[in-house]
Ligand binder design. Structure first.
Ligand SMILES: [Zn+2]
Length: 400
């Protein structure tokens, strides 16, 4: 059992103990800097009264995306989506740009809409969702459907639509930090996943990396039966803030919202699900990252994200304006309360594990309840083992 391990360290030499403390202090625990969220979280109910997110309009954007056809990289529908989002974002005052990449033979295009605050040298937040829909419905029950492209109402259109709706609100929020809305491409093609986010992370300048205080990802957020699980890996501070906000928004079972109404069972962070999604690339750079994702779409099915996932059943009738509204309001509240501005050093503990799993998929990896704490224990165990070994060699050397 892991809990017996630290006791063994009590027998280590003072120098080694000091080394252990130093290593743990520099690798695991977040350091909170000056942050306005702590102040604002005491008035969350007042902020909630100001929320404007329109789930119905987001749902219309879901329907529109499905109507234009599969948004596979390089398709006409993909280009049409970018053209429409670009026109609207530019009209709102955003600076819009694209970046083109090729990976695994796929040519794809990331789309960015930047909102600059009036603050000099401002911090930056990246909000992202993939806009490409999967090229194959390889999880469909019907074998003849498996080579067809999915409609992608939830798995693509939902996140992209919530971002567009947020883009409509951000200009009036008077934020003190910049926001980059990043519609990423090639997240979900054959066995190639998160290519757009990977290309973005790989080309990020050190300066931009430093001022990016968080990466917030939305994926499959429109499911009419919305359940947001604790996605691993992810930043613990961001997760804590999501739960605090969700409680007041009435999205946590057993907790009354600001109006005194009982919360719904939407944010279920006692259940952790490992997902290799777009956010892992920012996470690996040390940028605090979170993936807001419904990991059960349709009925639960072992080894999948539900019976509708990656099938022809991923249609607009499975998505609701209400669910889109819940997620949109949650993110809007986070924007207005600076919940996503995180000042802390990079977490390096779980990077080794991530490297091993990289390129696998946006697929269920492992379901566990302990989350990153498990890795902290593993890292402590590994360190103590090294120290115990060193102590042993020291002891045997002295005996000779
Ligand atoms: Zn997918």
């Amino acid at each position: 059992m892991a809990h017996s391990v630290p006791l063994r360290c009590l027998g280590c030499t003072k120098g080694l103990m000091l080394a252990l403390i130093l290593i743990l202090a520099t690798t695991t625990w977040p350091v909170q800097g000056e942050n306005a969220f702590e102040e604002r979280q005491t008035n969350l109910c007042e902020f909630i009264e100001t929320l404007e997110f329109n789930g119905t309009k987001a749902n219309e954007t879901v329907q529109w995306q499905v109507d234009i056809g599969p948004r596979t990289p390089g398709s006409e529908a993909s280009a049409l989506l970018r053209a429409n989002f670009t026109t609207e974002a530019e009209q709102l005052g955003y600076t819009v740009s694209e970046s083109n990449h090729t990976s695994h033979g796929i040519e794809f295009t990331n789309l960015f809409a930047r909102w600059n605050s009036s603050t000099d040298n401002a911090d930056q937040l990246v909000l992202s969702a993939h806009y490409d829909s999967r090229n194959i419905a390889d999880r469909d029950e019907n074998e003849s459907n498996r080579s067809m492209p999915v409609p992608g109402a939830n798995d693509a259109a939902s996140g992209a639509a919530v971002l567009l709706e947020l883009a409509r609100l951000i200009p009036s929020m008077n934020l003190t930090y910049d926001v980059v809305i990043f519609w990423n491409d090639a997240e979900d093609q054959n066995n190639n996943y998160t290519e757009g986010a990977k290309a973005w992370a790989g080309n990020l300048s050190a300066e931009e990396q430093n001022r990016t205080k968080a990466f917030v990802l939305l994926d499959m957020v429109g499911d009419a039966d919305l359940q947001l699980h604790n996605v691993y890996p992810g930043n613990d501070t961001l997760k804590e803030r999501i739960v605090v906000m969700a409680e007041d928004l009435g999205m946590v079972d057993g907790v009354d919202d600001c109006a005194g109404e009982p919360g719904q069972n939407i944010v279920q962070y006692s259940t952790t699900v490992g997902v290799l999604d777009d956010h892992v690339h920012a996470h690996e750079l040390g940028i605090p990252s979170i993936d807001l994702m419904d990991t059960v779409y349709g009925e639960p099915k072992f080894g999948t994200f539900g019976t509708y996932w990656h099938t022809m059943e991923d249609t607009p009738d499975k998505v609701s304006a209400e669910s889109l509204g819940h997620v949109g309001r949650l993110v809007e509240l986070g924007l207005r309360t600076n919940a996503f501005i995180i000042e802390e050093p990079s977490s390096t503990v779980d990077d080794v594990v991530e490297d091993e799993k990289r390129n696998q998929s946006t697929s269920p990896v492992v379901e566990h309840q302990e989350g990153s704490r498990t890795l902290s224990y593993i890292s402590m165990f590994a360190l103590c083992s090294v120290i115990a070994l060193l102590s042993y060699f020291e002891w045997t050397t002295k005996r000779r």
